[in-house]
Each structure stands twice: as C-alpha cells, then as structure tokens.
Design a protein around this ligand. Sequence first.
Ligand code: AKG
Length: 251
Amino acid sequence: MSDSLFTDSDLPRQAREILPGVIHLPGWLDVTQQLFLVRQFQLFAQRGIPPHSPDIFGKKMSVQMTSLGWHWSNYEYTQSVPELGGAAPLPVPDWIVRLGRRAVEDAYARPNLQWPVEETERTIRWARSYTPDMALVNYYSPQASMGMHQDKEERSSAPIVSLSIGDTAIFRAGNTETKNHPYIDLRLASGDLVVFGGPSRFMYHGVPKILVGTAPTDIGLHSAGLTEGRFNLTLRDTGLAALATAGLPLK
Ligand SMILES: O=C(O)CCC(=O)C(=O)O
C-alpha cells in the first residue's frame, strides 16, 4: 500500500495534545470570528505600529509583524520603536484578553491530558486568570517562513496562545533543548488554535512552509487587500509590566 494514501492532510482533524502541554484545536474560530480578526488586524496596522519585517542580528525576517502591548524586535521587548519614528504599540484590547482566556480554558480543561494534571475545576480557574499583555500579529506571504526559536524573552511561564488565519501553515513543534529533531510537523489551517505551555512552554518552534492557495475565500483577505498568505495572532504574558512600573531594567 502506498504511504501517500494516508498523509497528514487526509486524516480527520481532531483536537489533540501534540506533545505534553501542546494542544491543537482545529477549526476553533468560525468564519465570522476570522472575518472579525482580519478586520481588526487591518485597524492595528493602520493605527498602531506599522507592519514591518524586524532585523534579527542584521538579517531581515521574511514575516511582517505588528504588535500590541509591547513591541518585539531582536529578542527584546520595548515600549517604543525608534526605528519606526518612535511609534508606540496600541494597548491590548479587553476582547483579546477574553479570547486568550477562552483559548487556554478550551485547551487545558479537557479530560485525559498529559499536562496539566490538575483537576478540571482548578484548571478552569487558572485559565480564567490568564492575562496576555502582548499580542503579535504576524503576516506570512506565501514565501515567508519563521526559523526554529524559543519564546523566552518573557518573565512569565504562562502559556502561549497562537491562532492561524488564511493559508495553511506547516508548524514545527520541537523540543526544549535544540532546534533539531525530535520535532513534529503539524498543519495549521485557517481558524486553528494551538496553545503551548507547561513542559512545552519553552519548546523550539517555527513555520517552515506556507501552503499557497489553501486560504478559505470567505474570511475577508480580499477586502484587506490580500489574495493570499497567512496571519498568525500570538498572545503572550510578558511578565514585564511590574518591572516597567518599578523602573527596573527589562533585560
Ligand atoms: O506563525 C506561527 O504559527 C508561529 C509564530 C511564532 O512562532 C512567533 O511569533 O514566535
């Protein structure tokens, strides 16, 4: 029997704990919610930090980014962006915090997970206190990719919430030690949610490929002036607010 008979794309897309603490919920956002998000991304781009490709140690990323709450560049969070005329990030709106809480709750308040091991009641209470203070909107053109990296500039081990809209991406979920094997390649389609926390909070991860032409036609990409590509909304709790208030160094 040919191996290609049952490729990843043919198998039913089910909610799965990919690795301990890494939960994939396919189709978590419906079309109306995706449309809403695409419109909001346009507003963020018009009113906040303009989408740009950050330099990482002198090399431009292929992804375009804008962010709320904090600006991220070259492995550092800042509150203003001198290279973009001193622009400051817009605040994280309440609806994003609510979205993040719902995502963490839906991901972790499920039976039979390897992580967390707490009972459901406690997990729900814990998920409801999730307060992302930073949201990153990444836009991938069909040629864009993101190399393997850890999200580790945060002073908090709260989970990362990641939503996909537009073309399907190959998302590489790795290990906490190296950028290399072992890792798992996962297809993230429009509307999918991934939450990673607990033992996998600091896993290496990346997006090696965008599958061109796979975006649904009814999620408003055209009205955003786009015919293709993928948005990713990543929510993070930086844990930096207390340091900033106390005037302490953020690094
Ligand atoms: O686009 C994605 O799914 C991942 C984004 C990501 O890894 C990041 O923003 O750090």
